[in-house]
Ligand binder design. Structure first.
Ligand SMILES: [Zn+2]
Length: 175
């Protein structure tokens, strides 16, 4: 039995409820018109930490919740769809969340990074720059990146937040 078998079972239970019927008509217009970018860390699961329910928000997760070119492209695509298909609908609250004790901090470890960079042929400085050592500092940087990206509609409202694993509280860094 794989670990995933648990979720296959839970999925059967889910499919037997009416929850699947209560989803947005247009997937890029979720109920709370919110787009969250956060870390893949299981300790910061948005369903638990923010109480995000089915159909309420678009959640995009990356290591550290960093806005990499791939993340930016995905956000830009949703922004483009919104502008082209539903320009009169409410615009997004795009919230970027970085957190304390983030595993991405290990990108700052030169030894670890050296082998990783060699393995993938990555750019060392780019990888080093992904480390979240102080969430308030890096989240500000990523909010600025999103706000200055011409790929994104200026109607998207971007904010930045830091999540403290010890207290369980989110603090707004950039509103
Ligand atoms: Zn993290």
């Amino acid at each position: 039995m794989s670990h995933f078998a648990t979720y296959m079972e839970r999925n059967k239970a889910f499919a037997n409820t009416g929850a699947k019927e209560h989803v947005p008509e247009i997937p890029f217009i979720p109920f709370e018109q919110t787009f969250v970018i956060t870390c893949i860390d299981p300790r910061v699961e948005p369903a638990a930490v923010l109480g995000v329910e089915l159909g309420e928000a678009i959640v995009l997760r990356s290591v550290g919740g960093r806005v990499t070119p791939a993340v930016l492209q995905d956000v830009a695509w949703i922004s483009h769809l919104h502008e082209a298909k539903t320009p009169d609908a409410d615009w997004f609250d795009l919230a970027v969340i970085h957190h304390t004790d983030c595993g991405s901090g290990l990108f700052a470890d030169a030894g670890l990074r050296r082998d990783f960079v060699a393995r993938g042929g990555y750019d060392d400085a780019t990888i080093a720059g992904l480390a979240v050592l102080d969430p308030a500092v890096t989240v500000r940087k990523d909010v600025e990146l999103l706000r200055s990206s011409p790929q994104l509609s200026s109607r998207v409202h971007v904010s930045g937040h830091a999540y403290d694993l010890r207290t369980g509280l989110l603090t707004t860094v950039v509103d």
